[in-house]
Ligand binder design. Structure first.
Ligand SMILES: [Zn+2]
Length: 498
């Protein structure tokens, strides 16, 4: 959307609060023993409890509590030793009980923060609370028919509510990425946005800069990728500024983001404010957590991305950029650390980091675009095989470019670098005589270029290096080629003078 008021829009600032729902990686649902899995036959993981049949009683899933507390502790949120489950009442066809078990006035944790970095600037995003609730089922719409799948009904969720102290879509995305990363590191969530295990609602409002109060906010629901969160927020900010500059008023409403049209629209039929008639869940006791329980969970938290980044800088002497890239994905960070461990100091750590960042990750990106799951790449190239490849290059058996070819082949076949080099005869030609002969051939084949080079056209040196590499199918040791070629040319020049 192009704002017609772009010159005036600079006097506004945006205020954003995010509500994140993340599914927990428990084996069973939050209040019954049905399996908590995605993608199985509809309505095959249901029981009287999650179907809301009369007389069925919920039982708290201890594993779900553990994961929620773990997440809260990692996000610096204070644990409330006493919390209460409530019923949140509303009618919707995917909610068989007519209410959702949630937490309201007494959540399991409240008051925390998450530090993020946007374009090099640090910012602390305050977190209001993290509470536990159960998910609803799912409606599937096919043409004119709608179906209900209740496999998801009753699966455990945490809701993490930020304070409205995020001021741009860039900050919002940085916060969401860091949050998702932490939950995945902890093993609390698989963070899969496409399958809806990690989803976000954004509350957006604008106000005149320096205004202490908050403007009227709109809520953009269930945006399922980081890119769309950014676009949806940007659209909403511009739309609200336009409304105000046109003399209108922003209406408090829920809107849906349409990724095809890149705009938000009011959600039909949901305009009225909900009265959820919260009351304490009579079938569940208050949740009481002991200090011992909390400290045990605290002790089980493994190294998080921020701590890893700091360690990579001090222990591995890597740059902030390298550390950031390597810790973006838990699997990659652990893969890298395992490489360092089995390397036992043979290759410089910075070089290993470069291989992972420049070669392995770019391969992952291509595969991501092709919708191939990244875990498969790590499975295909075993750590010892990847280090084997790096060593082949470091010892000069193959050059860096051939190394890239070998990596691509390793990803296809899962073979070791040594096997591929042997099979395809890729070993680098390093012997002086062999390279010298090829150089002499190339010089003879290009007499005109040689004369020009001797008479001072230095650019042509690169032409000859290229020709030699081409002749050896890229297998010649480029350093050697440069050395020997320089020597040969020098001799020719000397020959001419004599
Ligand atoms: Zn069930």
């Amino acid at each position: 959307m192009n704002s017609v008021h772009s010159t005036d829009s600079g006097q506004f600032e945006s205020v954003i609060g995010l509500e994140v729902h993340s599914q927990l990686l428990t084996k069973t649902k939050m209040f019954c023993t049905c399996p908590n899995i995605f993608g199985i036959e509809p309505n095959s993981a249901v029981c009287p409890v999650c179907l809301g049949l009369p007389g069925a009683l919920p039982v708290i899933n201890f594993e779900g509590i553990k994961l929620a507390v773990k997440a809260a502790l990692a996000l610096n949120i204070d644990i409330n030793k006493r919390s209460v489950f409530v019923r949140k009442n509303y009618f919707y066809p995917d909610l068989p009980k007519g209410y959702q078990i949630s937490q309201y006035l007494e959540p399991v944790s409240s008051g925390g923060y998450l530090d993020i970095k946007v374009e090099g600037v640090e910012k602390r995003v305050e977190i209001n609370r993290l509470h536990i609730e159960e998910d609803a089922g799912k409606l599937i719409h096919v043409e004119n028919e709608s179906y209900v799948d209740l496999n998801r009904a009753g699966t455990p969720l945490i809701e993490i509510v930020s304070e409205p102290n995020i001021n741009s879509s860039g900050e919002a995305v940085a916060y969401l990425k860091e949050l998702r990363n932490i939950l995945v590191y902890l093993g609390v969530s698989d963070g899969n946005m496409e399958e809806g295990s990690f989803r976000c609602d954004a509350n957006v409002s604008v106000r005149k800069k320096g205004d202490p109060g908050l403007g009227t906010r709109t809520e953009v629901k269930n945006v399922n990728s980081f890119k769309f969160v950014e676009k949806a927020i940007n659209y909403e900010i511009e739309r609200q500024i336009d409304v105000i500059l046109d003399g209108g008023k922003v209406i408090q409403e829920t809107r849906l983001y349409d990724s095809k049209e890149d705009l938000t629209r009011p959600m039909r039929g949901k305009e009225e404010a909900h009265d959820y008639r919260y009351f304490e869940e009579p079938d569940l006791p208050p949740l009481i957590l002991t200090d011992k329980f909390i400290s045990e969970i605290k002790g089980s938290i493994t190294e998080l991305p921020t701590a890893k980044r700091e360690r990579y800088a001090t222990e591995y002497l890597l740059t902030e950029y390298d550390g950031g890239v390597l810790t973006q994905d838990k699997e990659i960070a652990l893969y890298f650390e395992d490489l360092i461990e089995i390397n036992e100091g043979r290759v410089e750590i910075k070089k290993i980091a470069n291989w992972v960042i420049n070669d392995l990750l770019s391969e992952l990106k291509t595969r991501d675009k092709m919708k191939v799951r990244k875990e498969r790449v790590i499975d295909l190239v075993k750590i010892e095989n990847f280090l084997g490849l790096i060593l082949e290059v470091e010892t000069g058996n193959i050059n860096k470019n051939t190394g890239k070819t070998v990596l691509a082949e390793m990803l296809l076949s899962g073979k070791k670098a040594g096997e591929i080099i042997k099979e395809k005869n890729l070993a680098q030609v390093s012997d002086e005589k062999g390279i010298g002969d090829i150089i002499n051939h190339v010089l003879e084949e290009n007499p005109k270029e040689l004369t020009d080079l001797i008479s001072g056209k230095d650019k042509l040196f690169g032409f000859f290096v290229g020709a030699v590499m081409k002749k050896t199918k890229g297998k010649a040791n480029p350093k050697k080629v440069n050395e020997i070629l320089k020597r040969s040319i020098a001799e020719k020049i000397k020959g001419c003078r004599e």
